[in-house]
Ligand binder design. Structure first.
Ligand SMILES: Cc1cc2nc3c(=O)[nH]c(=O)nc-3n(C[C@H](O)[C@H](O)[C@H](O)COP(=O)(O)O)c2cc1C
Length: 207
């Protein structure tokens, strides 16, 4: 089968993308509004960008039903700060509880029962239950597509502080078994990263 994205709805295109781009890491993003209200929401269009300076990206889309921008994006536009918290299986349920479309006055730390801890360099707190968190300052927001449902944004941020739980740090590296991160599949499905395998890569053809 072939699908021409111009000949089907953005929802159909979305379904093909989230079904095929799997598993996706999850950025659990904490922000603080300019009025001081905390916000916490997951985003699985998330990845690293580069490490000098350490930089990440995630993509908060416009709301699918009315095209409005999400609280996370609005707060980052206003304050230029956010924290990306990595999601472990132990609190995956609480992460999903934060993905309900609450009013902007709702603090998802309170809804989920997750614990906020003051960050070192930015105003939004990090999630205590996360074993790894990145305090970030906004580098840039790239609008993508039209200002209507289906359109979105790429948020690019520089990491200004790493928080790594001692229990996941082994010889200066992150132990993924101890991190036990959750990946997003399509719809309401998630995955673990227990079933891994190794392929040795040659760094150069002659070595
Ligand atoms: C695991 C998971 C991943 C998600 N990933 C995204 C994403 O990449 N982009 C997006 O716009 N919404 C994503 N969502 C939906 C948002 O979390 C949801 O719209 C949330 O209400 C946004 O909150 P906010 O308005 O407080 O920013 C995801 C939801 C879940 C449960």
């Amino acid at each position: 089968m072939k699908f021409d994205p111009d000949k089907q709805s953005f929802a159909d295109n979305h379904r093909l993308m989230i079904g095929a781009i799997v598993p996706r890491p999850i950025a659990f993003v904490s922000t603080k509004s300019k009025d001081g209200i905390l916000n916490l929401a997951p985003f699985s269009y998330f990845n690293g960008v580069c490490s000098n300076p350490p930089t990440i990206m995630f993509a908060p889309a416009r709301r699918g039903y009315d095209g409005l921008t999400k609280d996370t994006l609005n707060n980052i536009r206003d304050t230029e700060e956010f924290v990306v918290n990595i999601v472990s299986e132990e609190f995956a349920d609480q992460m999903v509880a934060c993905a309900t479309d609450f009013d902007k006055d709702v603090n998802e730390f309170e809804v989920s029962g997750l614990t906020s801890v003051d960050s070192v360099k930015v105003a939004p707190p990090y999630v205590k239950e996360s074993k790894v968190s990145f305090e970030c300052r906004l580098q840039t927001i790239v609008p993508v597509g039209d200002a209507e449902p289906g359109g979105g944004f790429v948020v690019i941020g520089n990491i200004v502080m790493f928080h790594v739980d001692d229990r996941v740090l082994k010889d200066g590296r992150i132990d993924q078994k101890a991190l036990n991160p959750v990946g997003r599949m399509a719809g309401n499905n998630y995955t673990r990263v227990h079933d891994t395998f190794t392929i040795i890569r040659k760094m150069r053809p002659d070595k």
